[in-house]
Design a protein around this ligand. Structure first.
Ligand SMILES: [Zn+2]
Length: 171
């Protein structure tokens, strides 16, 4: 970026700052005076935009302007001319967007779980706790039932062995 471009970017930033300050001051602004980018924003966005513009002007004062604040690569002039307060390059913006969307989807999942727990009444929880206990007893009974035939088998095996021994003695 040459000095002419830098001067132009500074002009763009200062103009944007003046418009944002006017819009945030609460004074009524005729729609003709409002640029299209401002019409697309809500007051919360405008506050953030003003912060971004101020930060860009600070970077300009410290000779940091025009470089990505994440990977320190030079941001193309075409991008600066369109969006002078930009602090990240295209690659880093894309990465940030992916990361933030991942975080958002995680938050949504945890919110869904929390609301599902809250919706269940306390009575149902108690009932749900009792049921597994009954099942456990039933399982114990089943296990006991399974063990008994095993014992019987051993007993019959012993009897058979005794019979064999007797038969052997007779011979
Ligand atoms: Zn970058």
């Amino acid at each position: 970026m040459d000095n002419e471009q830098l001067g132009l970017a500074k002009e763009l930033l200062q103009r944007k700052k003046a418009i944002l300050e006017k819009a945030l001051s609460g004074k009524k602004m005729p729609k003709e005076e409002m640029p299209s980018w401002l019409l697309r924003t809500v007051p919360k966005d405008r506050k953030q935009m003003l912060k971004d513009v101020d930060q860009a002007l600070e970077r300009m004062a410290s000779d940091n302007f025009g470089f990505c604040q994440s990977c320190f690569q030079e941001i193309p002039w075409a991008e600066i001319a369109r969006f002078p307060e930009r602090e990240l390059c295209e690659t880093c913006i894309a990465r940030e967007q992916i990361l933030s969307s991942m975080i958002k989807s995680r938050k949504k999942k945890t919110r869904k779980k929390k609301t599902a727990k809250k919706k269940k009444p306390a009575k149902k929880k108690k009932a749900a706790k009792k049921k597994p206990a009954k099942k456990k007893k039933a399982v114990k009974k089943k296990k006991a039932a399974k063990k008994k035939p095993a014992k019987k088998k051993k007993a019959t095996q012993k009897k058979k062995a005794v019979k064999k021994k007797k038969a052997a003695r007779k011979k």
